[in-house]
Write a protein that binds this ligand. Structure first.
Ligand code: SF4
Length: 694
């Protein structure tokens, strides 16, 4: 129920859910938020919002919030409330004991794409400076890490190339493996407005997602590809563009290496990349592939927007590079209305990646092995850094099961519910001697924790989030942290307990350090953000007010790089035992593992995860709407209710993962992207059968 009274005060801040990064006025009565009102001057949302953001405050005061630190010796023991001092001392003692006993590399940490830039910067600094290793990772590992690899390889930096306003200049929008209506609702509204004005749409997705079902969209441009065949279809699009000489020769000669292009053109021209051959693999009719390729190459300004349906595959990084190839091939990069635009899932996944939350990179996407970069941080942090990359999340879990990794600090992530192959994640956590969970609620991962540090919500702290268009937005504290300490203060106090002498008194000082050490943030200050509302990085001497469109005069790496993108079928195949392919995603009213949205009014709109199944497959199994079904894969099984719909193609089933009682990731497997280990959530071979319920 929306509050209809008069608020006493309001503060402008940024939504903490998806990567659109909408600005809101948090309206207060006394010490409580009573209403979130979309902020008309917000540059990402222009006064709009979605139903998630409007109710994104109820969880702050939810009874389930844990407000005091807790410890226990064994995970079967009851929790015991302790003071902050006792909790920090306990963690520091345990982590130092583990390092003494098992070695420096036996501990690590996970930063959160839900927390601010300043908080994630401090966590990676704690690990590099305080733990003395590079065992730091972020949940981008399981979503957009292939974007990092793919765009850095082809363009030289890992970021979306355009701002959201750019969609107003787009003539052709190609959406690949994303469902903006549910995942990025405010951006979806802007895109739909542009489509109503006459822009054309191409959609590569196994499901008939909402935007395909809009009356003004031509069905011919929906490419309903079989899960796992993105690379084959994208390379076939390039095949058509080269075969019909629809490429932009002038752009390629000026902005790319011509001999690399010739090699790439010869590669895509091979007969097995033809639409007819790819139809056999992907199920997309050859003529639909040809029509989409012609439209993308000749329809005017063409922009690509993509999501986790691109990255969460064993060829996730290859798919990102295939997308970049298409943009360079047609000259659709470096001006408004075009480009390659990853739609980031979480509010600060872009920022967490920018802030060096990866085991191989320091802030600003600079590799640990780069001497000049290490020199900068060593001078500021007064420490010697290890040039060798540390462990990724899956490596940490594997090492835990093998016995060499014993302690972890998990900030703002529920890896048990969100990471693939739940059984393996649980085994890894169970094998550790000190699991520290820093979060708002006792989430699923906390079942395996020895220490729980209560977290603060976005309403209780200052900082910044960076959205999908590289826009750095201010997060402003509207109330005192109910747990007593903002998350950046928790990390600082943990650092003190481990012997570090940090003395930040406000997150703006952390941003000042980021600006000193990271060239793309060199011009960013809280004063600038307050004055301008927000800025998009790079923001430095060359671009004092930020950079809405990247790669205008040249790519960050110099020449754009074409990459051969050979399709390799995933090892996860359907067959007689597991005849259907499961893919997963989100729904509009819920957010990720639902820890927050399930504790707000949003839960009324989506109370359970359902399994979408095509009428043909349902009939074969004697299933009707609402029937209980069991889904089983090589990794595990779970039970949920069926939703019979032709949104999914025959042979494909789909579910969301917002509710812990479903545990959808019990069935997802260990396969992952070859370059980054991003899990292959989007392709799991399963069997589906009637069930009597959980
Ligand atoms: Fe905006 Fe995303 Fe928040 Fe919705 S969830 S209000 S689209 S930032």
């Amino acid at each position: 129920v929306l509050y209809m009274g008069m608020p006493e005060s309001s503060t402008v801040t940024t939504c903490a859910y998806c990567g659109v990064g909408c600005s809101f006025k948090a309206e207060m009565k006394g010490e409580e938020v009573v209403r979130m009102v979309p902020y008309k001057d917000g540059k990402a949302n222009r006064g709009h919002s979605c139903v998630k953001g409007r109710f994104a405050y109820g969880y702050t005061t939810h009874k389930d919030r844990i407000l005091n630190p807790m410890i226990r010796d064994k995970i079967t023991d009851p929790w015991r409330e302790v003071s902050w001092e006792e909790a920090f001392a306990h963690v520091a003692n345990e982590f130092r004991r583990i390092q003494y006993q098992y070695g420096k590399g036996a501990i690590g940490g996970i930063t959160s794409s839900r927390c601010t830039n300043e908080e994630t910067y401090l966590v990676q600094k704690l690990i590099r400076q305080g733990f003395g290793n590079n065992n730091v990772d972020t949940c981008a590992r399981v979503c957009h890490s292939p974007t990092g690899y793919g765009l850095k390889t082809t363009f030289g930096t890992s970021a979306g190339t355009q701002d959201f306003d750019s969609v107003e200049h787009t003539d052709v929008a190609m959406i690949i493996g994303a469902n903006p209506t549910d995942g990025h609702p405010v951006f979806a509204s802007r895109l739909k407005k542009r489509l109503r004005q006459g822009a054309k749409l191409i959609v590569l997705d196994p499901r008939r997602i909402d935007i395909v079902r809009q009356p003004h969209v031509e069905a011919a441009h929906h490419l309903p590809l079989k899960p796992g065949t993105n690379v084959a279809v994208l390379t076939a699009l390039a095949h058509v563009i080269v075969a019909e000489s629809l490429f932009d020769e002038a752009f390629i000669r000026e902005r790319c290496d011509w001999s690399e292009f010739e090699d790439y053109a010869a590669f895509v021209s091979a007969p097995h990349h033809s639409p007819e051959e790819v139809e056999k693999v992907s199920g997309v009719p050859a003529e639909t592939i040809r029509a989409a390729a012609r439209l993308y190459a000749t329809g005017g300004n063409a922009a690509i927007y993509y999501g986790l349906g691109v990255t969460e595959h064993s060829q996730g990084s290859t798919t990102v590079m295939a997308i970049a190839n298409l943009a360079m091939l047609t000259g659709n990069i470096g001006r408004p209305g075009v480009g390659v635009n990853p739609l980031r899932g979480q509010n600060n996944v872009q920022g967490a990646c920018d802030m060096g939350s990866f085991p191989h990179e320091l802030p600003g996407y600079r590799h640990m092995s780069d001497d000049a970069t290490r020199d900068i941080f060593e001078a500021v942090w007064k420490v010697t850094l290890d040039p060798e990359p540390g462990l990724r999340i899956p490596n940490m879990l594997d090492a835990a099961v093998e016995g060499s990794f014993k302690g972890i600090y998990v900030q703002g992530e529920d890896i048990l519910q969100s990471d693939p192959n739940t059984t393996h994640v649980a085994a890894g956590l169970e094998a550790m001697e000190c699991v520290v969970v820093h979060d708002l609620f006792l989430n699923e991962t906390a079942n395996y924790a020895h220490v729980f540090l209560p977290g603060s919500t976005f309403l209780e702290k200052d900082g910044t989030f960076t959205n999908a268009e590289r826009r750095i937005n201010r997060v402003r504290k509207v109330m005192a942290p109910k747990n007593g300490l903002a998350d950046w203060e928790v990390t600082q106090r943990l650092g003190h307990a481990m012997g570090l002498s940090w003395n930040y008194t406000h997150p703006s000082q952390v941003m000042d350090e980021i600006a000193r050490t990271t060239p793309s943030f060199a011009g960013v200050t809280y004063d600038l953000l307050d004055r301008e509302g927000s800025v998009q990085w790079p923001c430095n001497e060359k671009a004092p007010l930020g950079t809405p469109v990247m790669h205008i005069d040249g790519f960050v790496r110099g020449k754009g790089k074409f990459i051969r993108t050979e399709y390799v079928a995933t090892d996860e195949r359907s067959g007689p035992r597991f005849p259907l392919l499961l893919t997963t995603g989100r729904i509009l009213s819920q957010y990720n593992v639902g820890a927050q949205t399930r504790r707000t009014a949003n839960v009324e709109w989506h109370k359970e995860d359902r399994l979408e199944i095509h009428p043909h497959d349902a009939e074969q199994r004697g299933l009707r709407d609402d029937d209980w079904v069991k889904i089983r894969s090589r990794a595990g099984e779970t039970t949920l209710r069926a939703l019979v719909t032709d949104r999914v193609a025959p042979g494909v089933v789909y579910t969301t993962f917002h509710h812990p009682d479903t545990q959808a990731n019990v069935v997802t497997t260990e396969y992952s992207d070859w370059a980054t280990n991003c899990p292959e959530y989007k392709v799991t071979a399963v069997q589906v059968s009637p069930s009597n319920g959980p």
